[in-house]
Write a protein that binds this ligand. Sequence first.
Ligand code: AMP
Length: 196
Amino acid sequence: MVRLILLGPPGAGKGTQAQKLAAELKVPHISTGVILRQAAEKKTVLGKRAKAIMDAGQLVSDDIMLGIIRDRLQAKDCEKGYILDGFPRTIPQAEALDQLLSQKTEPPVVIANLSLDEQELRRRIAGRRSEAARSDDAEETVLSRFQVYQEKTRPLLVYYGGRVRPIDGKGSVPEVFQQLTELLKVAAVRSPEAAS
Ligand code: AMP
């Protein structure tokens, strides 16, 4: 059983690492950004609303996000664990997640924070601009996303405090992946039921 919350600023490599970890550990990669972008592509009511918010570099409301995550975590494939990427992003989301998880007798969640200096973050997002074609990677939007990260998401590091395991996001994709797998191994040893 592996449950990982991957924190970190935009461009730190959360999506890439979460995808690789999920494939390796055979648990779902739950990216709230991907869920919202899929809804936007399908042009559902939620999707259209979310697209405008995402393109402005702002956050979709906690109520909506909580509804999405509650449904998703109840799905059968989450029984073996999951990698959470992009959730929680605000203190109320973290509080609600804590409450959701405390209702079940499950081993503790591992919380990793992928950090990288802002210059490198900007360089990586600029590189992503041509490849992934995410409309919210436009330069003006990235500025808002960084601001929102500082104001709303960074405080999660204080909220989770000593539970947060720092991961240096500077290395290559395999190097960062190695750090994360080591961290999960250590967590599984400390909490034996987490390894099952
Ligand atoms: P991401 O792919 O994680 O960078 O998310 C892309 C965009 O989706 C964000 O900039 C937000 O607009 C929105 N989003 C994703 N996850 C959340 C969340 N947990 N709370 C609010 N908005 C979110």
